[in-house]
Design a protein around this ligand. Structure first.
Ligand SMILES: [Zn+2]
Length: 192
């Protein structure tokens, strides 16, 4: 029997995280490289795309972890732990993490990808309304801004496309205004 078949059998061909029966695939938990029924989970595309960061995390989707964190399979417990860590800023995942129990070996593996550190240290850029800003987004200036070190004023209402994020500081982004790359404070922009 292949690993995929074993996963299908143990999960009854459902996503082991959310229970969906659609678009299932085998996921080997990093940093494991070799497929192995102990290190793999069967997940749906909705879960997988978020696990791999291809789409933004939908925290409501992950309410499913409320059930799947109690799986008897360690690989599923580890993925539940990692996703809860990633979301713990939301509050409720933290409560679930407090209830969860992983043995030492599983906990070491769960921590291996640094999901718990990312959650704590991640710098998140937000606009004036608290909307998360990502590299490549477009924003509009909500007030006139004097540009440091020049006489230029970036006017309120100016659209700034394809912003860059300052990875050390959540208050700063960069963007091009009138052909000049400038630093802009996030609280003076609105995502467009
Ligand atoms: Zn799923």
């Amino acid at each position: 029997m292949s690993v995929l078949q074993m996963l299908q059998e143990r999960s009854n061909s459902t996503c082991e995280l959310c229970g969906s029966k659609e678009n299932l695939s085998q996921y080997t938990i990093p940093p494991s490289l070799n497929e192995n029924v102990a290190n793999d989970v069967l997940v749906c595309k909705t879960c997988l795309d978020q696990i791999e960061g291809k789409v933004e995390m939908d925290s409501n989707h992950w309410r499913c972890l409320n059930d799947s964190m109690w799986s008897e399979h360690v690989a599923v417990q580890i993925m539940a732990w990692r996703m809860l860590q990633r979301l713990r800023g939301e509050g409720w995942p933290k409560d679930l993490l407090d209830m969860m129990y992983l043995d030492d070996e599983a906990l070491a593996l769960a921590r291996a990808t640094g999901e718990h550190e990312d959650a704590a240290n991640k710098i998140i850029h937000r606009d004036v309304n608290g909307v998360v800003l990502e590299a490549g987004d477009s924003v509009v200036l909500i007030k006139d801004l004097k540009v440091k070190g020049s006489s230029m004023v970036a006017k309120q209402g100016t659209a700034v496309r394809n912003i860059r994020l300052d990875h050390e500081n959540a208050e700063f982004i960069e963007g091009r205004v009138d052909g000049q790359q400038i630093v802009i404070i996030t609280k003076y922009v609105k995502k467009s």
